[in-house]
Design a protein around this ligand. Structure first.
Ligand SMILES: CC(C)(COP(=O)(O)OP(=O)(O)OC[C@H]1O[C@@H](n2cnc3c(N)ncnc32)[C@H](O)[C@@H]1OP(=O)(O)O)[C@@H](O)C(=O)NCCC(=O)NCCS
Length: 186
């Protein structure tokens, strides 16, 4: 069976350098982790990723059930870090509430932190929400004593690569994710 190779960068940031925490735009607020918001993370992840390149690279991101499974896997990792796991909500009443962004963090063996998935729902992008989610996540890692944080990004995802570079992440490795052609063409 033919395969497609997606080029990805592993990027890292050094947390010993002081960071600037930006404010959220008005009407948006950060919501911390608790067990009751697992499904909200999954739904927000799905709405953020379903039409994006990473839903080809990781087909689970293209379905709600896949996102639910992935969120449960992240939650069950031994290094899952509630302080590095956040949602962004918009609106102050139940009628106007919208979930707009999600990020999760896991502390790995060896003292490195790993950002799992960051997603901002279309319609709420380019407002600084992605920047706020990353800074809040990094602050959570720092509280936990983590010194370096890494993530992986698909090279084609130029906006995300630019965001990470702007926030001080540097490329440390190039990796390739192999996906069956049948999955990419489906
Ligand atoms: C990547 C992603 C998380 C970025 O989220 P975002 O909320 O748009 O991020 P930000 O708003 O902080 O930054 C995006 C851009 O908006 C700009 N921006 C930030 N605040 C702004 C404001 N108030 N007014 C205008 N532009 C602004 C930033 O400078 C940045 O510009 P750039 O693209 O030229 O670098 C989002 O596009 C996404 O969810 N994509 C799909 C899922 C995905 O690919 N996730 C990454 C997986 S590795």
């Amino acid at each position: 069976m033919d395969s497609t190779y997606f080029k990805r960068y592993r990027m890292e940031v050094d947390l010993s350098v002081p960071r600037f925490a930006p404010a959220l735009p008005s009407d948006y607020r950060l919501v911390p982790w608790n067990e009751a918001v697992l499904d909200i993370h999954a739904r927000t992840k799905f709405r953020s990723f379903r039409d994006e390149i990473d839903s080809l690279v990781f087909p689970c991101l293209g379905s709600l059930e896949g996102c639910r499974r992935l969120m449960r896997e992240i939650r069950n990792k031994s290094g899952f870090l509630p302080n590095a796991t956040w949602l962004i909500a918009h609106g102050s009443t139940p009628e106007t509430l919208q979930w707009c962004g999600t990020i999760q963090g896991v502390a790995e063996r060896g003292g490195t932190g790993m950002i799992q998935n960051i997603g901002v729902v279309p319609g709420h992008r380019a407002l600084g929400l992605g920047t706020c989610l990353i800074e809040r996540c990094l602050a959570g890692f720092r509280m936990h004593g983590v010194k370096r944080v890494s993530l992986e990004v698909t090279v084609e995802n130029a906006g995300a690569v630019r965001l990470y570079q702007r926030l001080g992440f540097r490329r440390v490795r190039t990796v390739y994710k192999v996906v069956d052609e049948a999955v990419v063409m489906a």
